[in-house]
Write a protein that binds this ligand. Structure first.
Ligand code: XIL
Length: 368
């Protein structure tokens, strides 16, 4: 059942509307020109929110209360990935996506979707897809059904996630995935077109990591992102925003000049910027908690300052709220065995210095 409950439903351009509801949810005039849109963006604080774990949403009232208190926008951490959604080629399991959509609707939150086309979290049966025709048919069936189901409820989609290699060579380098292998780079434009057809009002996003730090590998990643965007635009595909995942490395500086340049070039192409998965990986930071929390906050601040100097992003989402339920330990475990501290709230949902940084950039608590 489709439930049009988001506050900006009557406004035809959902992307403009996303910006309108940012912050206070105040009703403002719909911007008609690009210049008006841009000045409006600068005037409003971005939406702050987090990735949501649907199992915890179901089982843990403290977790639910924290989401309600801190978030204006939510995104499923795993509930809309192929592995969970598509047990077989013909089936969809929408339970987790639906639960988060219902929670968002009940609490007046905007919902993002993550993610339609990725190389990870793919069910075993997809390895049997052996031709361009089969891969295209699977992608089409998936996007039509998933985006179609949530049209009017998911305002913004990570259509393509992580299309660039870990360490690109030339800017034209793309990640080797089942999509790229069979369809070439055109899979990106295809996915965007399919998503636009299934929900013409959704904001469509390419989401990528490692675009922020100093170093040649990061330079190459930024160059590859610009190259990809230019080609997608050249193909006439609908693309509205770039998601900076921002899984920041605590021990690495932000390349302020290069990040600013990247954002300004993307803005030149009239793309919105979103911070989609912010956290600070602390596996190489000192053990001492006070020192570590400060370094984590400082790194996020360095990043957000750079982003906000270049533009006001449409939203800032962290990849989880509390260290109690962080995804990172599975991937970036500390050698000393100490628990990671990468998110804005500690194990007991108390705000850490990172939360103060987020507040500086627009995060607010809801007191009800
Ligand atoms: C992660 C989840 O948080 C984990 O629970 C899961 O095991 C693997 O995926 N970039 C992304 C996210 O785009 O989808 C990833 O999420 C984290 C990195």
């Amino acid at each position: 059942m489709r439930v049009p409950a988001l506050p900006y439903e009557p406004i035809p351009d959902r992307r403009a509307a996303l910006r309108l509801v940012a912050g206070s949810f105040a009703a403002l005039a719909v911007p008609t020109t690009r210049a008006e849109q841009l000045s409006l963006e600068r005037a409003k604080p971005p939406l702050f929110g987090s990735a949501v774990n649907p199992r915890l949403l179901e089982s843990d009232p403290v977790y639910r209360a924290a989401l309600r208190r801190h978030c204006r926008i939510v995104v499923p951490e795993g509930g809309l990935k192929w592995a969970g959604l598509r047990p077989t080629p013909d089936e969809f399991r929408f339970r987790y996506g639906d639960a988060i959509a219902a929670f968002a609707q009940q609490n007046g939150l905007i919902m993002r979707g993550h993610t339609l086309v990725w190389h990870m979290a793919m069910p075993e049966w997809t390895s049997a897809l052996q031709s361009a025709r089969e891969v295209q048919a699977a992608m089409t069936f998936h996007i039509e059904n998933v985006v179609g189901r949530y049209a009017g409820r998911i305002a913004s989609w990570d259509v393509v996630n992580e299309p660039l290699p870990e360490d690109p060579g030339p800017p034209s380098d793309r990640r080797d995935t089942v999509w790229h292998r069979h369809l070439g780079e055109s899979y990106v434009a295809l996915a965007l077109r399919l998503a636009a057809a299934a929900d013409p009002h959704a904001e469509l996003v390419i989401n990528e990591y490692d675009l922020e730090h100093s170093g040649e590998r990061f330079d190459r990643k930024r160059a590859a992102m610009l190259d990809l965007v230019a080609k997608v635009r050249g193909a006439g595909a609908p693309l509205h925003a770039i998601g900076l995942q921002a899984h920041l490395r605590g021990e690495r500086t932000i390349d302020r000049v290069a990040l600013r340049k990247l954002i300004l070039e993307l803005r030149q192409m009239e793309l919105q910027i979103l911070v989609t998965e912010l956290d600070v990986i602390d596996w190489a930071l000192p053990f001492d908690i006070e020192t570590r929390d400060r370094l984590v906050a400082d790194r996020a601040e360095e990043f957000l300052e750079t982003v906000f100097e270049a533009c006001t992003p449409g939203a800032v989402l962290t990849w989880g709220l509390s260290d109690r339920h962080a995804w990172i330990p599975a991937h970036f475990k500390r050698r000393d065995g100490a628990p990671n501290r990468l998110l804005p709230l500690d194990d007991d949902y108390r705000p850490k210095p990172l939360m103060n940084v987020l507040r500086r950039f627009g995060a607010t608590d809801r007191s009800d």
